[in-house]
Design a protein around this ligand. Structure first.
Ligand SMILES: CC(C)(COP(=O)(O)OP(=O)(O)OC[C@H]1O[C@@H](n2cnc3c(N)ncnc32)[C@H](O)[C@@H]1OP(=O)(O)O)[C@@H](O)C(=O)NCCC(=O)NCCS
Length: 146
């Protein structure tokens, strides 16, 4: 398995992975490109994750591993890869919203954060305003915490 940056033609593959996992894919096309990465095994895409940019901040979204590949470190490799990318891009912290995996991300250095304390740019993102329900947990990774 290796990880590579996404290109425009990968959009439909990532959308399919998200839909199969019942994760939202609305607005995926808005920032699809080098902020996204794919996990590749042979000729198959077995996972994906993306960091979108909102001012000085990153928003990790679309973290998904194909069901038959779960539990083998694909998700962790993808998230670590995207955090490294965010670092090289100079992003100050990376946020996420999740309804399904709040207990997964602490091992990767994320901490829960009050929604009211999120940066305005993140609160105005499409994922925040329309895609993710108000019950979603907000989490934050910064180099200090990770
Ligand atoms: C969450 C997800 C990406 C993890 O991918 P993965 O490749 O299986 O993850 P890893 O192999 O790196 O880690 C596996 C470990 O995480 C745990 N884990 C996986 N999903 C979890 C979840 N939703 N909540 C809590 N723990 C979880 C597993 O139990 C396993 O624990 P162990 O190491 O103690 O055995 C994958 O389960 C998935 O695609 N889920 C559906 C989509 C989703 O909810 N994405 C998150 C959106 S924010």
């Amino acid at each position: 398995m290796h990880i590579r940056s996404a290109n425009a033609p990968d959009l439909s593959t990532v959308r399919d992975l998200l839909e199969a996992a019942e994760l939202p894919s609305e607005g995926l096309e808005d920032q699809f490109g080098p902020g996204y990465a794919l996990a590749i095994e042979g000729d198959r895409t077995v996972g994906a994750a993306g960091v979108e940019r909102y001012g000085r901040w990153g928003l990790l979204r679309s973290v998904v591993t194909a069901p038959e590949w779960r539990g083998r470190g694909v998700g962790e490799a993808l998230v670590r890869n995207r955090l490294a990318w965010a670092d090289t891009e100079g992003l100050e912290a990376v946020y996420l919203l999740t309804t399904t995996a709040a207990r997964y991300f602490p091992r990767l250095g994320f901490e829960p954060v009050e929604r009211d304390l999120l940066p305005l740019e993140i609160r105005e993102s499409r994922e925040f305003t329309s895609t993710c329900p108000s019950t979603a947990v907000a989490m934050r990774y910064s180099r200090r915490s990770g």
